[in-house]
Design a binder for this molecule. Sequence first.
Ligand code: NAD
Length: 188
Amino acid sequence: MFGKITSLSDNMQKVRAILIGRMQPIHNGHMQIINEILNEVDEIIIGIGSAQLSHEIKDPFTAGERIVMINQALADEGVDPSRYYIIPMQDINFNAIWVSHVKMLTPPFSIVYSGNSLVKQLFKEEGFEVRQPPLYDRMHLSGTEVRRRILEDENWHELVPRATVEVLAEINGVERIKNLSIKEISEI
Ligand code: NAD
């Protein structure tokens, strides 16, 4: 019985941080920063931003598909599943209350990692410690570049974890992106 109480109090002292991103799709830059964060804190909350969006050229994948990619990528790297939470987050129209919306969806956290200026601003205003992660090879490691290479039949596999390649194969993700792009051009 006493053992249980001790482990509960240990649990409450854990340092937890959040990283929110659209992850369309998850790439090696995201993976590097997630690993860095796990070196610095006990647990990470990975927020899947714009969870309501999918089947759009800039947001092709559903929140569920993105969860599978991230979960599988972390499993492939041997990350202990008790150290991360993956939580989908819909956008809301009110930036001023977005931090409360995020807090409602997540376990308590004290540190925010983001390179996104709006995200940093909103969390700073609510008193959170905000850390700016280094950007790894941003010229190539971005969702925009991965999607561009998929469209142009260039080598995109080198930019993403194996899990992203596998999930896209399962869901015909390459075909989806190409079809979405054809549709959008014809609608101009
Ligand atoms: P993203 O996937 O572009 O990036 C996520 C994070 O990954 C970034 O903070 C960045 O630091 C890191 N990252 C990306 N590339 C990297 C690289 N090469 N090396 C190292 N780190 C890298 O996602 P984002 O656009 O920042 O996501 C923010 C989300 O928050 C969006 O979904 C947005 O809609 C949402 N949001 C919503 C509201 C609202 O609903 N009112 C307000 C603010 C933000």
